[in-house]
Write a protein that binds this ligand. Structure first.
Ligand SMILES: *Cc1c(COP(=O)(O)O)cnc(C)c1O
Length: 502
């Protein structure tokens, strides 16, 4: 069956998956969604014996129907190899009543590796399908996790280069180490003097600037993005919801067709939206529990039906969830409004003009049937990390701690003890400083010393990808002013264009 994609803001858009992967965002500002999601239905009987890669091939083939099976298999095999430190790719751990889906076994130790390991292959194939001769330059602003995962995914991919901008002094010291030691002949990394929003706004402006695009065209370059609204990132995330379910059956924790909950630490709403799509195509899900940090826009929204960003942006210890506009929510509202693109266009205009919108009673009701939401304060995050370690000797990072804490609140408030899976989105190694704060341990200043101390103290091996870089010289040390971003982009395209002529 062929699956085409339309825009959340225009039902008349009708493009192939490969086209949507290349374009990222629709020209009308909307996000691409499958035209006929209701036609995709999976049969759990066929899935329950499959391993991760086999599941990925099955699911991606359904959504990316203009890719051949060979192309999907090629992408899956290249994405999910030794880059992950376990052949299970996304293992599930059982600690007493908790089922924890560890999504952080990729190169950069965060869940974004799962999607960003495969996106480059999908993009390269899409480029070939559409006979695009130009170089593609991926531009990404990052608060830490996305940029590094994208760099690892795209490094040395032919015909594509990548530039990442992070706030100088605004990422954890492990993240800084990861970024500054990046390998690859097509990778460009810049610290930017400013905060994440400054970096993000500059990148967004670059995408909109006709002047820049024109100049880049002269250098044989087109721009693209790797952010989480791309369907090439969203769809691969559906796979681990199925793999978690299959593992629970294999481990005899549930019986086939038993409904379960998923608890998801949420920022841009990409991860949890993949869970919603999994449910829509037939995975037995009871509730999706949306866990926020103190930037609790989503919690307020699920509880009141009003989305309101007129509030202070708070910098928290779970920085990858520090976000006020959760872009992927637009897709959920599109589905819940039965595909009413005019309605979505209107509420997105409200958001743009007034910083808020309300949804109808009907949509609010549908949301409550599927989702439940609450948030954690900074203090609750630290306490959760401390208690879990003291009681179960299991270490979690700050983002995963939000999920644990909100899951406890869910059980207390609803009395629902349906079996649940908690999505663990980052390795504790990535946020050691906060774990030390939680356990009231004094911190080493130097990042290498910190890693060694952590490893020894908790008797856990330093992940291979960190071991490889902890003694390395910094090769990317450039810090630039916001105003210099444009010129640096021009410099990159000149260099990359010359490379191609050779
Ligand atoms: C990106 C990220 C999240 C948030 O995921 P969304 O898809 O943006 O909701 C949560 N935890 C970690 C560690 C992340 O890197």
């Amino acid at each position: 069956m062929e699956i085409k994609y339309k825009s959340t803001r225009d039902n008349n858009v009708n493009i192939k998956a490969s086209d949507a992967i290349l374009r990222g965002l629709s020209d009308d500002g909307g996000l691409f969604v499958p035209k006929n999601l209701k036609d995709i239905k999976i049969d759990m009987n066929e899935f329950k014996e499959l391993n991760y890669k086999e599941l990925a091939v099955e699911i991606l083939s359904m959504f990316f129907s203009d890719f051949s099976t060979d192309e999907i298999i090629y992408s899956v095999n290249n994405a999910y190899d030794e880059k992950f430190d376990t052949c299970e790719i996304v293992p599930i751990k059982h600690i007493d009543e908790y089922n924890i889906l560890e999504l952080f076994h990729g190169r950069t130790l965060a869940f974004k590796d799962v999607a960003l390991s495969i996106l480059p292959y999908l993009m390269k194939l899409s480029k070939e399908k559409h006979n695009i001769q130009e170089n593609i330059l991926i531009l990404t602003a990052t608060s830490g996790d996305t940029g590094k995962a994208a760099l690892e995914g795209f490094k040395d991919v032919e015909g594509i280069s990548i530039a990442v901008f992070y706030p100088d002094g605004g990422v954890s010291n492990i993240q800084e180490l990861q970024m500054k030691t990046q390998e690859g002949t097509n990778t460009y990394i810049f610290g930017v003097k400013g905060n994440f929003d400054d970096a993000q706004n500059t990148v967004k402006k670059t995408f909109r600037s006709e002047e820049i695009k024109k100049k880049l065209a002269e250098e044989n370059t087109i721009l693209s993005s790797a952010n989480s609204i791309n369907i090439g990132r969203l769809i691969p995330q559906i796979v681990y919801y199925f793999s978690a379910y299959v593992d629970l059956i294999k481990n005899k924790k549930i019986v086939k067709d038993e409904k379960i909950n998923f608890v998801v630490p949420t920022g841009n709403f990409g991860n949890i939206l993949a869970g919603y799509i999994a449910k829509e195509i037939g995975l037995p899900i009871n509730k999706l529990i949306c866990a926020s940090n103190e930037n609790n826009v989503l919690t307020d929204f699920f509880n009141t039906g009003k989305y309101n960003i007129n509030r202070k942006f708070i910098k928290t210890i779970s920085p990858s969830m520090d976000i006020l506009i959760s872009s992927n929510l637009e897709r959920l509202l599109f589905f819940l409004s039965d595909g009413d693109s005019n309605y979505i266009k209107k509420i997105m205009e409200d958001l743009y003009n007034n910083g808020e919108y309300h949804v109808t009673k009907e949509i609010k009701q549908k949301m409550s049937n599927i989702f439940w939401s609450d948030y954690s304060t900074e203090n609750e995050i630290l306490k959760t990390i401390g208690n879990l370690y003291k009681e179960k000797e299991y270490l979690i990072d700050t983002h995963t701690a939000v999920a644990f804490n909100v899951y406890d609140k869910y059980k207390n408030q609803t009395g629902d003890f349906t079996k649940s899976v908690i999505l663990s989105t980052a390795s504790p190694f990535k946020f050691i400083e906060s774990i030390y704060d939680a356990l009231q341990i004094e911190k080493e200043e130097e990042v290498k010393e910190l890693l060694l101390d952590f490893s020894k103290r908790f008797n856990v091996e330093i992940p291979k990808s960190l071991k490889e870089i902890m003694n390395k010289q910094y090769t990317h040390n450039k810090v630039i002013e916001i105003e210099e971003v444009k010129n640096e982009i021009f410099k990159i395209t000149k260099k990359e264009d010359k490379k191609c002529l050779k």
